[in-house]
Structure formats: structure tokens, C-alpha cells
Design a binder for this molecule. Structure first.
Ligand SMILES: [Zn+2]
Length: 155
């Protein structure tokens, strides 16, 4: 059994799509980043890589690589899942927290779990997505961006 942790944060930018856990969410702003800036999927990739002791997603998809521009982050997760399978690991469970003052995300948590579970080829019940506001505190509370955390257990 091995535990892994991942964290990520991206700033909001006008004119970008908002994608969280592979689910496109209508909002006035999207997240800025080199890829599609899917902060939840990046945290999940990092948690799984952390559990395997294989660094983080930036090692495999550097922001300096033009091939990664606007990349679908679920493709990164597919690669991470292949590494997991190669090393003979399976996912026991995955817990995630999205910290977003806006938009409200409660109605899409099930869709996000299902999307991530589909890519990881596990049951959606093994993946929990929690959403929290930031109680208007600090940069996240001022709606300057969205952060995500993920903790996983693999065996
Ligand atoms: Zn990221």
C-alpha cells in the first residue's frame, strides 16, 4: 500500500474554458495555464505519481513543451494510469478537494468523479470529489483562481 498527495492552483483568465476533472463548466472565466489548466486532474496526476515515487506531472509535461499547449489533461491522466498498470499498482481510493469561491460546483461533482473514474478504469465510488468555497479569504476567496488537492492510496 502506498499513499500519494497532489496539489495544484491556477489563476482565472477571461476567454478560457473552465475544465475541472475533464468536465467543461460554464463560467465567466476559465483557468490559465499551458495545457487546458484542469487543476483537479493535475492534482490527481500528481497524487498518483507521488504514490509511485515518480515525481510530478511537470516532469513529463513541461510548460516549456509546445506540444502540451492547450492539451487535454485527461491525456496526462491516461499516461499516469498506464504507468500505474505497468508497475502493477491498482487504485484503492482517491479523495480530492476543489477550493473555489466561484462558480458553485456541487452539481457537477458526480460528473467529475465519473469522468476521472472512466479514465482510471475504476468504479466512480472509489473517487470522491469535495468542493469548498474559501470563505472569501485571500486570493482564492477573491475569485482569483481555483486550487485542488488530491490524496490517493494505491496497492
Ligand atoms: Zn496545473
Amino acid at each position: 500500500m502506498r499513499v500519494g498527495i497532489g496539489y495544484d492552483i491556477h489563476p482565472f483568465k477571461e476567454g478560457r474554458p473552465l475544465v475541472l476533472g475533464g468536465v467543461r463548466i460554464p463560467h465567466t472565466h476559465g483557468l490559465d495555464g499551458h495545457s487546458d489548466a484542469d487543476v483537479l486532474t493535475h492534482a490527481v496526476c500528481d497524487a498518483l505519481l507521488s504514490a509511485m515515487g515518480e515525481g510530478d506531472v511537470g516532469r513529463y509535461y513541461p510548460s516549456s513543451d509546445p506540444a502540451c499547449a492547450n492539451m487535454d489533461s485527461l491525456e496526462m491522466l491516461k499516461d499516469v494510469r498506464a504507468r500505474l498498470a505497468e508497475r502493477g499498482f491498482g487504485l484503492v481510493n482517491l479523495g480530492t478537494v476543489i477550493v473555489a469561491q466561484a462558480p458553485r460546483l456541487g452539481h457537477v461533482v458526480a460528473a467529475m468523479s465519473q469522468r476521472l473514474a472512466g479514465v482510471l478504469q475504476v468504479e466512480a465510488s472509489l473517487i470522491n470529489v469535495t468542493v469548498k468555497s474559501h470563505d472569501r479569504i485571500g486570493a482564492l476567496g477573491r475569485e482569483e483562481g481555483i486550487a485542488a488537492q488530491a490524496v490517493c492510496l494505491i496497492a
